[in-house]
Design a protein around this ligand. Structure first.
Ligand SMILES: Nc1ncnc2c1ncn2[C@@H]1O[C@H](COP(=O)(O)OP(=O)(O)OP(=O)(O)O)[C@@H](O)[C@H]1O
Ligand SMILES: [Mg+2]
Length: 475
């Protein structure tokens, strides 16, 4: 993130003018200050990336100033301008949080180096903040499978990763689209640069533009500070536009421009920002169909679909089911510290007969649950896999899985009521999509708000921690 705005606090006017002129020549905004009051004045009005400050600015204790700055949420980097060689005072400043220092007299080149270093630091710290939220164990990121189809997908990734082209990954929910996107990044020359994901379905229309492109302070109600968007954070690396079909036509137009020109403005800003970002998009809808219906711009579709990768559903690569089940068993046995031998023949058959509408994610969840439910040193039985609607008409299993039996509608001869079946079905859907309510609503074909209300009602009725866990986190 290059430095864009600095405060230059220096009481020697000549020096201040010379330095300000030079910094401005680097196309950086400079606010000139002669006193510490001026500095506070600027900080109250705007946001700055860096402050050059005279170490002995009149009426200013630099150490106190640094301490004060540290209390703020948005902290500019501070570079004191000190007299002569560095001494113990400089050391104190660095301990107190100063980023760097310049010894007077300093050259233009030294100023430039300080700005450059600060820009790099900015980029790393902001990007780290965005990456932390998506960090996953590397072992869980390998694309596993022995089928011809998955082998072809892996080959395709290897070829395409080397290029800069935009890739559109299509496939049903849970097939591994995100995994493919990450592989495209980690096998590319950009691997050391950021991989930034943006979930288009999860963001309300009002926030999506600022999430993509960032905003200037005061651009809209709630924009209390300047903020970099995900495109800026991904500079040099890869951006994943997850569930791209969900963005509005207005946002599609803006996105098209970034893809064509690799430039944009922040919300409320006029400065054009250029970025070098490789774009990968995913969707579990048929985008061509969305284009035909007029929900998705055709030109954007062509831009995104330079290289299409289709991730096949698990039922089209049945050979992978058992292989993956075995890999997941090993993984979860390690994770939960239990010992589970393997799958019984009946369990293998039951896996083979299921069509996995939730794809690999469903298989992963099914195996994890079975590993936990399986007795010590035993092998996994079909009951623990609990596939298909086997629960229907089996009251013991009903209550074991937490469906509450309503007093007003007692079970007749073990036959569950509609409400029970619905609850059971919702819990199953939640399990398949890692308790992501938006996805569960999609899977169930119901409104997400209705789903949320139902889940909240179930939470109130829940009788154990286990029941609550099945419903996922509170919203
Ligand atoms: N081939 C595979 N090998 C190992 N794990 C896989 C594979 N495919 C998918 N997974 C695992 O399945 C889960 C779902 O994968 P992922 O999130 O990539 O799916 P997706 O297609 O993006 O789903 P959605 O459309 O719901 O976002 C993840 O935990 C992922 O690690
Ligand atoms: Mg995904």
């Amino acid at each position: 993130m290059p430095i864009e705005k600095v405060i230059l606090a220096e009481s020697d006017e000549n020096l201040r003018r010379t330095v300000a002129e030079f910094v401005r020549s680097k196309r950086i905004d400079v606010a000139e200050a002669g006193t510490v009051q001026d500095v506070y004045g600027y900080l109250g009005k705007d946001e700055f990336d860096l402050i050059f400050i005279e170490a002995k600015l009149p009426e200013c204790e630099l150490i106190d100033f640094l301490g004060d700055l540290n209390q703020r949420s948005e902290k500019p980097l501070v570079v004191p301008l000190v007299n002569g060689d560095p001494d113990s005072f400089v050391l104190e400043c660095i301990k107190g949080g100063a980023f760097d220092f310049l010894s007077k007299p300093f050259s233009r080149e030294q100023i430039e180096i300080a700005l450059h270093k600060a820009g790099n630091y900015n980029q790393i710290s902001k990007t780290n903040a965005a990456i932390v939220e998506s960090s996953v164990d590397d072992a869980e990121r390998e694309i596993l499978g022995e089928s011809q189809l998955i082998e072809e997908t892996r080959k395709m990734i290897k070829r395409v990763a080397q290029t800069q082209v935009t890739v559109l990954i299509q496939g049903e929910s849970g097939t591994g689209k995100e995994l493919v996107a990450r592989a495209l990044h980690t096998q590319s020359p950009r691997a050391q640069k950021p991989f930034i994901k943006i979930n288009c379905a999860a963001l309300p229309e009002t926030l999506i533009e600022s999430e993509f492109f960032g905003h200037e302070k005061g651009a809209f109600t709630g924009a209390v500070a300047k903020r970099q968007g995900r495109f800026e954070l991904a500079h040099g690396g890869t951006i994943l536009l997850d569930e791209i079909s969900e963005i509005s036509l207005a946002m599609q137009a803006k996105l098209l421009r970034v893809l064509q020109e690799q430039e944009f403005e922040r919300v409320g800003g006029s400065k054009t920002i250029k970025v070098d970002v490789r774009v990968i998009a995913t969707t579990n809808r048929d985008l061509e169909e969305s284009v035909e219906k007029g929900d998705f711009r055709q030109d954007l579709f062509f831009r995104l679909n330079v290289i299409p990768i289709y991730v096949p559903p698990l039922r089209e690569r049945v050979g992978d089911i058992q292989f993956l089940a075995e890999k997941f068993r090993e993984l979860f046995v390690r994770k939960h510290g239990v010992s589970v031998e393997g799958f019984s023949d009946a369990a293998v058959e039951s896996l083979g007969n299921h069509d996995f509408p939730g794809n690999v994610r469903e298989l992963q969840n099914v195996v994890e649950r079975a590993v936990i439910l399986c007795g010590p040193d035993g092998s996994i039985e079909p009951e623990q896999l609990n596939l298909l609607g086997q629960a229907l008409g089996q009251p013991e299993r009903q209550s074991a899985k937490g469906a509450k039996i309503d007093e007003a509608a007692p079970e007749k001869d073990g036959f569950p009521s509609m409400d029970e079946v619905e609850k059971e079905h919702i819990i199953r859907a939640l399990g398949q999509v890692d308790h992501n309510r938006t996805k569960a609503a999609k899977l169930l074909g119901m409104n997400v708000r209705t789903l949320r209300n139902k889940i909240n009602a179930y939470r109130e009725e829940a009788e154990s921690e286990e029941d609550l866990a099945k419903l996922g986190d509170k919203d």
